[in-house]
Design a protein around this ligand. Structure first.
Ligand SMILES: [Zn+2]
Ligand SMILES: [Zn+2]
Length: 160
């Protein structure tokens, strides 16, 4: 096991977005280290898209936290891990499906997490995915995942 992954903000993997604790193999929706709810992190390269996502979530009343480096830290008090120069939204697992519905209403969609077939594990929570399916919703955290292929990421897919 690679210990340094806990402190690498660019590492994908089942890491607590609040405290950085590596939660590989932990099925709980609450971090066993800091006790906060585990989240899926959405990073945006495009500010307009970031604003559109937030507006849609606000409109539907879907709880979320976010970080907007252009305006300092707003909406989040104690995120010690994963600070980046890009705006991001944090969604708790139990709100992933309601967020999908809210975004669909305004013609947006949550990015599909891309997974290497050689390592069929959900990048959000680390649990195994069913390789028999083309596109699979993780049964633990609810993230929608798809497989990389030799043609590269499909349009609109999340970067890793
Ligand atoms: Zn934690
Ligand atoms: Zn998952």
């Amino acid at each position: 096991m690679r210990e340094e992954i806990q402190h690498d903000p660019n590492a994908s993997g089942p890491v607590c977005q609040h405290c950085g604790y590596l939660l590989r193999g932990v099925r709980s929706a609450v971090c066993v280290e800091c006790g906060r709810e585990r989240v899926r992190r959405l990073t945006f390269l495009d500010r307009i898209e970031f604003d559109a996502f937030r507006a849609a979530l606000d409109l539907a009343g879907v709880p979320h936290e976010y970080s907007d480096p252009g305006k300092g830290m707003l909406g989040m008090a104690t995120v010690a891990y994963g600070l980046s120069i890009s705006p991001m939204i944090l969604l708790t697992w139990r709100h992933i499906e309601s967020a999908e519905a809210a975004l669909e209403d305004v013609g947006l969609a949550l990015p599909v997490a891309l997974v290497d077939e050689e390592e069929p594990y959900c990048p959000c929570c680390g649990f195994a995915l069913d390789r028999a399916l083309d596109e699979v919703r993780c049964g633990v955290c609810g993230t929608r995942c798809a497989w990389y292929d030799e043609h590269g990421p499909p349009e609109g897919a999340e970067e890793r």
